[in-house]
Ligand binder design. Structure first.
Ligand SMILES: [Cu+2]
Length: 167
């Protein structure tokens, strides 16, 4: 069983490495210093990431819903706790009947998610949502995915992923 334990060790080492090499090689960061003043992570030119603007809109991957990140605090999203507001409507722009929205976060380069789940509150209009305490714990590329189902169905209606460089 030597092989098993060795490969497990190798995997653990890779994981640890991926999550500890945070210090970017770039001396400056376009979004300024991170709140704790520690080293920043340069990934804003990564082809996967989007630049944050208010009312950033994404079509769902199934083209049944439209997701608009109406605001972010801080803006652009940054390491630490983030609060976002979102609008989710169907492809015609109408509210989705009895929507259930779930949010998940992932660092694709490190293959880990976030350690605390944010709080998601639906607005009375049936299409606005407030997401509080999105915890982006480290600098790098983060994917934040919103899944929406309708009328208590377990079938995915649609989903969209916002990908940001977090400094
Ligand atoms: Cu990580």
């Amino acid at each position: 069983m030597k092989f098993v334990s060795l490969s497990f060790l190798a995997l653990s080492a890779m994981f640890a490495l991926g999550c500890s090499t945070e210090s970017g090689s770039e001396p400056t960061h376009p979004h300024g210093e991170s709140p704790d003043g520690s080293s920043t992570f340069e990934c804003s030119s990564d082809p996967r990431v989007q630049s944050y603007v208010a009312n950033l809109e994404k079509n769902g991957v199934l083209n049944r819903a439209r997701f608009t990140l109406t605001s972010a605090d801080p803006a652009p999203p940054r390491r630490g706790f983030n609060n976002w507001t979102l609008n989710i409507v169907d492809s015609a722009g109408n509210p989705i009947p009895n929507p259930t929205v779930t949010i998940s976060g992932m660092m694709p380069d490190h293959q880990h998610g976030w350690s605390t789940q944010p709080t998601l509150t639906a607005g009375a209009d049936g299409k606005s949502f407030t997401v509080e305490k999105i915890y982006l714990s480290m600098g790098g590329v983060w994917e934040v995915t919103f899944d929406v189902t309708s009328d208590g169905s377990s079938t995915l209606l649609d989903k969209a992923t916002f990908t940001f460089c977090i400094g």
